[in-house]
Design a protein around this ligand. Structure first.
Ligand code: NAP
Length: 421
């Protein structure tokens, strides 16, 4: 089988039978979770395609390993490999406290214009949770990934930039205290609309019923409020025949969404935190600005067992990076102890993305079976009764055992993203 490049064009993804997929091991516990996850990925492909398909894994360097070997935390070779091959799976990277780099993760997302940070959040049956019925939550969060606070325009209090900014703002009629630090939060029509478009397309492809725009438009009308307005605008303009706004339902339709249509509504961010706890089944696909999405996706993850149990992807029009959503958890590095589920489920998202849905399903079903069997890593173990504590690598092997020993058909899904099937 000859190696080939995954083609990503106009939202269509086509993978050859032996596609090159890049991997970045990551810092801290990155090597632990990667060692556990990669055999799971290969076993899933083998189970699904019996040798007819195979991933050609290729390592690229980033973070501390890159720095040690090349003197750069994000070498040019990594940038050009991601540009060429388009798809990568990534462990967590340390954010250096000093040294001018805001965050390697942010840098990667901006470099490849990975404008949608996608986090499907649903409960793996059996995983411990702080809520009574975690299975009620099944949402996919689309968080805008390039602007708002990620655009990162800030001036330190007392700096010439801050002084100038205060002077300018006050000359425009504001009354900003002279001893203020200043942060600017740009939100554009183009970036908002492409994010909402991606969320609606995802909902259509995955037969989801509701897309909710989350914003703080009651306070910040021209950024957060505009995000909501532009969201409705793109839905009306491009998806008018398949979406219906909540406002149109009040009145003549008696609140009933016509068959086959997606309900588009919006919620103010603070109220949304209460909604996902009190009425989780009313929410489905969520599209939101960067900072709201940051908070909301972690809060939702907590409901289904924490960051260790949810996957993440950063997706653009020409590249996609699938990554564990937690950080490097450095105190556990090398101890073969942490939970690799986030990276493993992110890999399953990658398989869906390239259209290898059977491999993705095999991973999710086997992981669910492993948790249901109460064979788990320390983080879940400490919250469960009568569970067996496994090392990170053994947990990975247990998943493989559960994959190959049965055709598990647990009712556990996370939907598909961008696949051609
Ligand atoms: P963190 O690495 O996520 O660790 C915080 C705590 O979360 C850990 O002490 C552990 O809790 C739990 N945890 C994290 N990963 C886990 C796993 N795989 N299995 C089980 N438990 C897990 O957060 P942090 O300490 O704030 O960040 C450390 C570094 O990671 C920073 O440099 C940060 O910038 C970076 N970071 C990178 C990414 C990324 O690359 N995408 C994301 C977030 C943070 P207990 O000790 O309570 O068990």
């Amino acid at each position: 089988m000859k190696e080939g490049i995954i083609r990503i064009e106009n939202g269509r993804v086509e993978a050859p039978d032996r596609p090159v997929v890049l991997f970045i091991v990551g810092d801290g516990t990155g090597p632990d979770i990667w060692r556990a996850a990669r055999p799971v990925f290969d076993a899933a492909v083998e189970k699904a395609y019996r040798g007819k398909r195979k991933i050609a894994w290729r390592e690229v360097l980033a973070g501390e390993k890159a720095y040690r070997r090349t003197g750069s935390r994000l070498p040019a070779a990594t940038i050009s490999a991601v540009s060429k091959y388009g798809v990568a799976v990534k462990g967590p990277l340390t954010t250096p406290v000093a040294g001018g780099i805001r965050s390697l993760n942010v840098l990667l997302r901006r470099k490849f214009d990975l404008y949608a940070c996608i986090r499907p959040v649903s409960h793996v049956p059996g995983a411990p949770s702080p809520v009574k019925n975690p299975g009620r939550l099944d949402v996919v969060i689309f968080r805008e990934n390039t602007e708002d606070v990620y655009a990162g325009i800030e001036w330190k209090q007392g700096s010439p930039g801050a002084r100038k900014a205060v002077e300018f703002l006050n000359s425009m009629g504001s009354s900003v205290r002279p001893d203020s630090g200043i942060g600017v939060k740009p939100v554009s029509r183009e970036a908002s609309q492409r994010l909402v478009r991606a969320a609606i397309l995802y909902a259509l492809k995955n037969r989801r019923k509701v897309v909710t725009l989350v914003h703080k438009g009651n306070i910040m009308k021209f950024t957060e409020g505009a995000f909501r307005d532009w969201g409705y605008e793109v839905a009306r303009r491009e998806f008018g025949d398949v979406t219906i706004a909540e406002s149109e339902l009040r009145g003549n339709r008696a609140g009933v969404v016509p068959d086959g249509m997606i309900l588009l509504n919006d919620r103010i961010a603070d109220s949304m935190f209460q909604q996902v706890l009190l009425r989780p089944e009313e929410y489905d696909v969520i599209a939101t600005t960067n900072l709201n999405g940051d908070y909301l996706s972690d809060a939702c993850a907590a409901q289904v067992g924490g960051l260790g149990m949810v996957p993440g992807a950063n997706v653009g029009d020409t590249a996609a990076i699938f990554e564990a959503v937690h950080g490097t958890a450095t105190k556990y590095a090398g101890k073969d102890m942490v939970n690799p589920s986030s990276l493993i489920l992110s890999g399953a998202m990658m398989f869906d993305f390239i259209g290898w849905n059977e491999a993705a399903r095999a991973i999710r079903a086997a992981l669910a079976r492993t948790v249901r069997n109460r064979t788990v890593t320390y983080d879940l173990h400490r919250q469960m009764k009568n569970a067996t504590l496994l090392k990170c690598s053994v947990f990975g092997r247990e998943i493989i055992k559960n994959m190959t020993s049965s055709a598990s058909t647990l009712n556990y899904r996370l939907g598909t993203i961008g696949s051609t099937q």
